[in-house]
Design a protein around this ligand. Structure first.
Ligand code: NAD
Length: 358
């Protein structure tokens, strides 16, 4: 039985826009948040797309997510900028913060931006892509204050979040390197996606609530929760701790230090380092060596089950082309959850279905 529907991106965007009105956002903010969420789905990251809406609705109802909050500047030392997101929607706070950091980088050649107290910043690659569109390199360390869901390397229970890390590097002719991942072996949202689809996880990704290996995604979704493992063993764990210390304790002013408090909010702290590569290197030299290296790396004969060698960011662009053409799959359970949240926010779910072309 078919358990998902394929949505045309524009229709899904308009349906999500309607849902976000239920948070009391203005039209511009609704459009921006809807666009960000649908773009996460378009790039293949369903974990950070429209399926996050029910969680946002719960965070809003408990009084954590503040849809009307605006970005505050708390420290300003020229190229060093400290910002407070006031628990606003990360999709719009993140964009405002990056706009500021980009304009500082244009002025000074570099900017280190600390952003704290922001509700879920979504797909972090979005912010690296923004910088790349302005010809800038950016590096992002992010922590997550939510239910701890990742075990430290060698540990057997969840102590911290999926702390994402991203790097964006602009390359010639509009090409770009966008490395963007959770430092857990998979993003937590991928356990929700698997659970809603009735799928199993791969072995070696998760421990159950007793610290035993499991492939059942329920341990990432419902209590009693288990723990995801860090990617890359002790190395991924080390990078996750760098995200906690730089993105959380330093930039966000808050880092994980105890068990879940039962709240539904997802708070991100982010330390972003932006710079103009043309102020560091000879652009022609950088481009020439970047292209030579990429050509050399990509010439490696692919293994039998692999089509071609891809660089970070290419998979997302391929999926985006495919989904723009064929539609975005949203499973039935996720769509029902979105409609239910919309009703609870006072938005007519029939209207949402009509906007989505259902
Ligand atoms: N805001 C938050 O709190 C939060 C927390 C965790 C994750 N996230 C986001 O979740 C999203 C998903 O994270 P993830 O860890 O599941 O991502 P993932 O495992 O899909 O890895 C994505 C990265 O790997 C690259 N990649 C994919 N296939 C490749 C291949 N065959 N060869 C070379 N490179 C390849 C991609 O281009 C991308 O840079 C990210 O956008 C991340 O920012 C956000």
């Amino acid at each position: 039985m078919k358990n998902h529907h394929l949505f045309e991106a524009a229709l899904l965007r308009s349906a999500v826009h309607e849902v976000i009105r239920g948070f009391g956002c203005d039209e511009e903010q609704c459009a921006l948040i809807a666009d960000n969420l649908v773009r996460a789905n378009l790039t293949g990251h369903d974990s950070h797309g429209v399926g996050m809406l029910p969680r946002y609705a719960r965070a809003y109802r408990e009084g954590s997510l503040q849809p009307k909050a605006s970005l505050q500047q708390t420290k300003d030392a020229g190229i060093l900028l400290t910002l407070d997101g006031q628990m606003g929607f990360g999709q719009s706070i993140g964009r405002q913060a990056m706009d500021l950091a980009i304009s500082r980088t244009r002025e000074h050649g570099a900017c280190i931006m600390a952003l704290g107290n922001t509700h879920h910043l979504g797909r972090i690659g979005e912010w690296a892509e923004m910088a790349v569109e302005h010809g800038l390199v950016s590096i992002h360390f992010v922590n997550v204050i939510s239910r701890p869901i990742v075990a430290p390397w060698g540990g057997s229970d969840a102590r911290y979040g999926t702390n994402p890390f991203a790097i964006g590097i602009p390359l010639r002719s509009g090409d770009r390197f966008i490395l963007d991942f959770a430092t857990s072996i998979i993003a937590q949202g991928k356990t929700r996606v698997a659970y809603n689809r009735g799928a199993s996880l791969k072995p070696g990704q998760m421990l159950d609530d007793r610290g035993q290996p499991t492939t059942d995604p329920v341990y990432g979704v419902l209590n009693p929760l288990g723990a995801l493992l860090p990617f890359g063993e002790h190395k991924g764990f080390g990078l996750a701790m760098a995200c906690e210390l730089l993105g959380g304790a330093l930039a966000g002013g808050w880092s994980v230090n105890g068990p879940a408090d039962g709240k539904q909010r997802v708070v991100n702290g982010m330390l972003s380092i932006l710079f103009d590569p043309s102020k560091i290197a000879q652009p022609e030299n950088f481009e020439e060596y970047a292209q030579r290296t990429i050509a050399w790396i990509k010439a490696s004969p692919p293994q039998p089950e692999i089509d071609r060698i891809v660089l970070a960011g290419e998979t997302e662009r391929d999926i985006c082309r495919e989904r723009t053409h064929n539609g975005i799959p949203v499973d039935t359970q996720t769509w029902q959850d979105i409609l239910q949240s919309a009703s609870e926010l006072g938005v007519d779910s029939q209207r949402i279905n009509r906007c989505a072309g259902m």
